[in-house]
Design a protein around this ligand. Structure first.
Ligand code: ADP
Length: 560
């Protein structure tokens, strides 16, 4: 039965109960009222008329007004004849009264009048008694039926009161239980309803929804599984090592390359806390270190291999939920770089001898022993000399560079006098300075302590500073050299008033092959980077202060 029908039946039943009770009550009360009215109207009023007539009789014949009273009550009685036999008695009463009016002194009429009144009285009293009994019966029957109906309706209402709420609450409970299951992702759960009503329709709709969710989840799961295996295949095919961690540093996955590098199998360490693995595994320890060294040297593939470490943070809604470490194998680049360095070292080394030979030959040509040269020839020789000097400088720088790159800087550190280093550098740049008529002012305090340095390499750096300064100093210009003592260090500075360097290039100029754009590409861009390596290898530090259009001050410090 439909819920709507049940509710209609329930409420309809209550309506009928009220209706039946109301009608029954009204009918019963009405019947009782009619009975009472009948008694009052039919019989009680007659008794009143009789009494009045008796009283009038008592006053006759002396009181003339009593005739009129009697007449009036008799007329009323004649109009109120309700009982069997009452009519005859009333007629006899009328006849006797008419006779009495004729012969007021005749006492026999009085007696008959009284008898007739008595008969009417008795008839009505009996009728009252009878009607009272009837009324009582009506009341008893009404009470009886009302009690029966009341009892039956009470039992039905009670049963309804007990059972009716269940009609709604039981299916609602079943529905909410089912919905809760679906909310807990138990999509295979179904709601079963016994009755065939609106609740069943609702349950069927919810079941359909659960079915659709079930299908959706399974199709999504299949998709996710497919994507997962696709990504796993890609990761495993990669030549780079890849490892994934959750936000608590538990290992989530690693590919075959990582397994090989770590010397651990994925299934042995998956889900484990990475720092625990790092206790026994050097590579894992280095991977977890948050240092700036991105390059790792590892023994892999039966040789020394180089890997670049990249840490990629994985985030969701701006919240970091883990990280992926990618170890890119850069060994081939290292090998190529090494080959290049070796090539440069060999070439520059091989070039040095013929260039030196050329320089020697030029000196011989300039000497008088080989004959006099005319001015044009002299100029040509000077040009060749400049070019061979530049070539020698470049090959020297390339050779130094290859030494730096291979980590083969040969240092012979010993206590050196700062003045000796200065003199060595000044001698080297003297000709150049003279050619440009540049004045080199020296500001060095007396009694400077010895520094721990490789004299030649330090002088090379100072020469590089001076050569650069000379390049950017106009003819007849000035360069200043400062040598100061700073606590346990000695500072060497070369200051020029040339074009200066833009602040954004201040660090870049110490990188290999870098030349400030627009400053003229006369050199190799190696001098300052070699200088940095030389000074830092001796435990010192190198810096520059510069301002565009004002000049530059290059300086380094060395330990005393
Ligand atoms: P190179 O001089 O051979 O180009 P360096 O490493 O010695 O290489 O210098 C790198 C660059 O720094 C130069 O190319 C030049 O642009 C800039 N630089 C070096 N010294 C000075 C200086 N004193 N004034 C202005 N620019 C300079």
């Amino acid at each position: 039965m439909k819920l709507k029908t049940k509710l209609t039946v329930g409420i309809g039943f209550l309506f009928i109960v009220i209706l039946v009770f109301g009608i029954l009550g009204i009918v019963s009360i009405n019947r009782l009222s009619i009975d009472a009215d009948k008694i009052l109207k039919n019989n009680y009023e007659t008794l009143v008329y009789d009494n009045n007539m008796l009283r009038a009789l008592d006053e006759l014949p002396e009181n003339k007004k009593a005739f009129a009273d009697f007449e009036a009550n008799l007329t009323k009685q004649e109009k109120n004849i309700t009982e069997f036999g009452e009519e005859e008695a009333t007629k006899s009463l009328r006849t006797n009264f008419e006779e009495l009016k004729q012969k007021p002194k005749d006492s026999s009429n009085y007696r008959e009048l009284r008898q007739s009144i008595q008969i009417i009285n008795n008839l009505n009293q009996n009728a009252i008694l009878h009607k009272n009994e009837t009324a009582q019966k009506t009341a008893s029957s009404a009470i009886f039926w009302l009690t029966i109906i009341f009892s039956v309706l009470t039992i039905i209402s009670f049963t309804l009161t007990i059972n009716f709420p269940d009609v709604i609450s039981t299916p609602v409970k079943t529905l909410s239980r089912g919905i809760r299951e679906i909310a807990n992702k138990n999509y295979s759960n179904r709601i079963h309803m016994e009755q065939d009503d609106e609740f069943k329709e609702l349950a069927d709709s919810i079941n359909t929804m659960a079915e659709k969710l079930h299908e959706y989840e399974h199709s999504n799961l299949a998709k996710i599984k497919f994507e997962k295996s696709r990504i796993e295949t890609i990761i495993n095919q990669m030549k780079d090592g890849i490892m994934g961690f959750d936000e608590r540093k538990n290992i989530l996955f690693l590919n075959a390359v990582s397994e090989k590098m770590l010397g651990l199998k994925e299934k042995e360490i998956i889900g484990q806390y990475a720092p625990d693995i790092a206790l026994k595994n050097d590579l894992m320890r280095r991977l977890l270190q948050n240092d700036d060294h991105h390059e790792l040297k590892i023994y892999a593939d039966n040789k020394e291999s180089y890997f670049n470490k990249d840490i990629i943070k994985v985030s969701n809604d701006e919240q970091v939920i883990g990280e992926v470490i990618v170890l890119r194998n850069i060994t081939p680049f290292h090998e190529l770089n090494e080959a290049k360095t070796n090539f440069i070292a060999t070439v520059s080394h091989e070039l040095k001898t013929p260039i030196s030979a050329i320089k020697m030959s030029l000196q011989l040509l300039q000497s008088s022993s080989t004959g006099e040269l005319n001015e044009e020839q002299q100029q040509l020789i000077e040009g060749i000399k400049d070019d061979s000097n530049r070539l020698l400088k470049i090959t020297g720088e390339l050779l130094n560079m290859s030494q730096v790159e291979t980590g083969n800087i040969q240092l012979s550190i010993q206590p050196c006098r700062p003045y000796d280093i200065l003199q060595y550098a000044l001698d080297a740049v003297k000709v150049q300075a003279d050619q440009k008529q540049v004045t080199i002012k020296i500001n060095a305090i007396a009694g400077l302590p010895n520094v721990k340095a490789d004299k030649e390499k330090t002088a090379w750096v100072l020469i590089n500073f001076l050569t650069n300064a000379l390049r950017y100093t106009p003819e007849n210009g000035e360069i200043q050299i400062e040598i100061l003592k700073e606590s346990n260090k000695v500072l060497f500075a070369v200051k020029d008033y040339g074009i200066g360097i833009d602040t954004k290039y201040k660090d870049k100029i110490f990188e290999r092959y870098f030349q400030v754009p627009g400053n003229g590409k006369t050199g190799t861009g190696l001098g300052l980077s070699i200088s940095k390596e030389f000074i830092e290898a001796q435990g010192g530090s190198i810096h520059v202060d510069s301002e565009i259009g004002v000049g530059s001050r290059f300086y380094f410090t060395l330990m005393v």
